[in-house]
Design a protein around this ligand. Structure first.
Ligand code: ACO
Length: 371
């Protein structure tokens, strides 16, 4: 029997703290007018202390599992797409695995800039469709506010924090992820990067003094690349699925700049209402932008069962990618009863306890070894 990877759960988390363009105008030489006309952004969410990439991932993941009606112990795979992991290692996905109590899951992070979620979706969908795994969780999550130079007006106005997650499940029914397209061009690696903190430029007083631990971007060049990559990837992914632009119900593009979204929409000859945008409220949340937008599009009733949607993105690397999805879940989803909710909360408490006990036993064992 042919198996397909279906999206059966979705969830998002954005930090409560809202930073408006006027707030930024108090910090750097900019204005609400400049930011709105050049980018389409009005405000963004900024993570507080403690709202780390793993924390936000966990909140989004719990929602997605609830919608899917799946328990964490049924997960086979967790992928976190991010350029702002909690640590260089261990993987943020392992912290999520521990927080969820997903005792059977393999877990790893994936770095493909803002295209990370599409890369994660593609890898997970292929693993599910191959029969290797049954249930996978794909998360896009970022705390970009931690790597943004808050004195650089050319970049600090663009980014925001948040997380989005989906559950993919194996099913013999037609639909789900129909096709994906992934691409890269490392010759553009300097256009968007975090210069220091890796093996090429380990963190030092000099890298700190020179601000090399902040995100750097050649905005105009990225803009030109993006305006070409998004329409091309959209056409390619539809062609691969044997479909055309006229079959499309909704495009969910990476939310980087409204002018890039509009240029891509024009280039594809699509009406504006077919292309989803929530950039105004969140700014560019990198790998989190597509799953957050997907959740909001579903919640706003922009997606119905059997609709064809395309998620398409571009980002650091340079990378680009797209996924064509036949939405197979009935909407609105059936949510758990209050009793099931209580049970879920207990399961998460148990996961925290289990993690504490494992740490304690490890500590005891280490003590014994020393003596
Ligand atoms: N407020 C006021 N003026 C500003 C600001 C600001 N926040 N930022 C730049 N300016 C000024 C510049 O100094 C420049 O002034 P000058 O003409 O006197 O030199 C002028 O505005 C124009 O600057 P440009 O950089 O040419 O402005 P542009 O129209 O290209 O817009 C922007 C800049 C918004 C960054 C645009 O290039 C863009 O969106 N690029 C794509 C970025 C992107 O998508 N990044 C995400 C990639 S995904 C990932 O992996 C993270």
């Amino acid at each position: 029997m042919t198996v397909h990877a279906h999206i059966t759960g979705w969830g998002k988390f954005v930090p409560p703290c809202v930073v408006t363009n006027d707030d930024l105008a108090q910090m750097v030489d900019t204005s609400d007018g400049w930011i709105r006309t050049r980018t389409g952004i009005a405000e963004r969410r900024i993570a507080a202390d403690g709202e780390t990439t793993s924390y936000m991932s966990l909140q989004a993941a719990r929602q997605a599992l609830e919608v899917a009606g799946l328990s964490p112990s049924q997960l086979d795979l967790i992928i976190v797409a991010t350029v702002t992991p909690d640590h260089a290692f261990p993987a943020t996905a392992c912290l999520v695995q521990d927080g969820l109590g997903a005792t059977r899951a393999a877990a790893f992070d994936l770095s493909a800039g803002c295209t990370g979620f599409i890369y994660g979706l593609s890898v997970a969908a292929d693993l599910v469709a191959s029969g290797a795994y049954e249930n996978a969780l794909v998360i896009g999550a970022e705390t970009l506010s931690r790597i943004v130079d808050w004195s650089d007006r050319a970049t600090c106005v663009l980014f925001g924090d948040g997380a989005g997650a989906i559950v993919l499940q194996a099913n013999g029914a037609n639909g789900g992820v129909l096709s994906t397209v992934l691409g890269s061009d490392g010759s553009g690696c300097e256009l968007l990067c975090l210069p220091a903190g890796g093996s090429k430029e380990p963190a030092s007083q000099r890298t700190l003094d020179e601000g090399l631990h902040y995100l750097k971007m050649e905005g105009r060049q990225v803009f030109r690349f993006a305006a070409r990559a998004m329409p091309t990837a959209t056409r390619q992914v539809l062609e691969r699925a044997g479909l055309t632009l006229s079959d499309l119900k909704l495009v969910i593009p990476h939310q980087a700049n409204q002018r890039i979204i509009e240029a891509s929409t024009r280039s594809l000859g699509l009406p504006a209402e077919v292309v989803y945008s929530n950039l105004e409220r969140y700014g560019n949340t990198s790998a989190a932008s597509i799953p957050i937008a997907l959740c909001e599009a579903v919640d706003e009733g922009r997606v119905e069962q059997d609709d064809l949607i395309v998620c398409v993105g571009f980002g650091a690397g340079l990378t680009w990618g797209a996924a064509a999805i036949r939405w197979s879940m009935p909407l609105p989803p059936e949510l758990p009863s209050p009793w099931e909710r209580v049970l879920r909360q207990l399961r998460y408490r148990y996961a925290s306890l289990r993690s504490l006990v494992r740490r304690f036993v490890r500590w005891l064992f280490a003590l014994g070894v020393k003596e």
